[in-house]
Design a protein around this ligand. Sequence first.
Ligand SMILES: [Zn+2]
Length: 268
Amino acid sequence: MKRPIAMRPALKRPALKQLLPLVAACTLCVGVAHAGKLGALLGNDKLLEAGGQAMKGLTVTNAEVVQMSADSVAQMDKDNPIAPAGSEYAKRLARLTTGMEHEDALNLNFKVYLVKDVNAFATPDGSVRVFAGLMDLLPDDDELMAVVGHEIGHVRKGHSLERFKTTYLTNAARKGAVAVGGNVGALAGSQLAQLGEAALQAKFSRGNETEADKYGVDFLMRHKLDPNGAVEAMKKLGGAQRTGLLDSHPASAQRAQALQKYIAGKQR
Ligand SMILES: [Zn+2]
């Protein structure tokens, strides 16, 4: 006799916590308007401004920025609960991303943070972090991978590097890093984590978002996944915002439409 659905044992799931320390990344970057909330929690002096003017003469190479972002992620990985290899979350992400370690001329690594937050991010060094809350919201693999592809797009197109660089230069200028010759190595672990958080909080431009959205579709098609997952993911993330999970962002409906158009153009 078939066991009624209601009798099936519930999936063993770990109790999820909020992300600590607070890293507001970008779930398709529609949720980036967290800065105000985080600013209140972190204290404005700690909330680094990415839009400020860097001090003249302060420079940093792309390679240094990549290394800094890797160090920032290493610190965030220490500060947040990483899903162990045997967890359902880690197994799902591994199943979906195995073979993508050298995706599109990038060196990528993937991990799940066991946190409730509906979010994901990728950094210039190629670290991709997916939050359990996002995986719960998007049980459909195509939709989840649309978000992953979008985040990878920000790395591939150089948006993430620009954002880290600007954040470092403005922060370093404010902290007087010029005094130590703008030496990247002078940043301590806590400063690195803070830099990473600040860089992830900084908004991408609308143009960058459009580019990453399209990259996400290309990414899905390249991996023989359904490109419409990108549209559905965008709609669900928009819905999640309305229920208060993410801050309101009216652009998500327009972006879903633009994605639909882009997909139609590709399939013609
Ligand atoms: Zn984005």
